[in-house]
Design a protein around this ligand. Sequence first.
Ligand code: SF4
Length: 333
Amino acid sequence: MVKAISLYSGGLDSTLAIKVLRMQNIDVIALSFATPFNNIEEKRSMLERVAEELGCELMFVKLGREYLDLVRYPKYGYGKALNPCIDCKILMLKRAKEIMIERGADFIATGEVLGQRPMSQNRKALRIIEEESGLKGLILRPLSAKFLPPTIPEKEGKVNRSALLSIKGRSRKVQLELARKYGIKEYFTPASGCLLTDKRFSDRLLDLFLFKGKKKIGINDVELIKVGRMFRIGDKARLIVGRNEEENRQLKTLCKKGDFVLIVENVPGPLSIVRGIVNFNGLKLAASIIARYSDVNSKAQAKIIVYNYDFSNVITEITAPPIGNDLIERLRV
Ligand code: SF4
């Protein structure tokens, strides 16, 4: 039986690509990548359900440290935000190639649509991705196949080219019609995927790059900038303020050696973390920002206790009035 590894993000295009292959009775392993910038693992049960309906195995691969290096120094640059789509696809396809060899598959498929995304889905980018991943002629894009040169599995008769599709461009009309026709109801919307395409998150990530200088970025650093409100309280220090109980809890779990934890004592208020090198004035500024998000009256003062990262020591206590709106906006990342 012909076997394919098909990249599966949970979006409609990658679901349809698998469907098209399954309709040719090709054995498909749906391959999903969890990166530090998507929350695909949380949606695993949906992916499993869809994979079962499509009659294919689901495989998960986690990309961690190496993915962070790639995001920081992409060979082919960024898209509109900090999304290094070409480098990202090359890395995923290199992994897919290893799995293709291990599992004895014949080729790799993706849900890419020619002309859908300006950066990574034009002819030149598709060619670069193929060459750099060492998969020349072995990447089939079932949705746009008729606009692209025949791949090796098509030439070898393992895939029937005439049953592949000719979709091109940014409109999703054809895909939505096909989803209705094939009864595909569960898929993620295009906006729900990768945080790197989000402008606001990218600003925070860029700030993290500047903050770290030449030092490596860790998964914990990335997790921290996903949570709460973030402020620059000096060249070398950042303040993260929880927005609700859940974020306060998350921040607690993200504390690491060298961080300061700030808690409002006299009124209800958020839990906050200061990370970096900070003096007493920096902590005072942090206390005023935290006071702004506490229940303290605008003319009163909040009492803030500063702990070390694991709450084993009280470093200091600060009383501070809530900061003004103008200044807070200048400090916000
Ligand atoms: S949107 Fe994100 S996951 Fe998708 S190719 Fe670009 S960087 Fe990779």
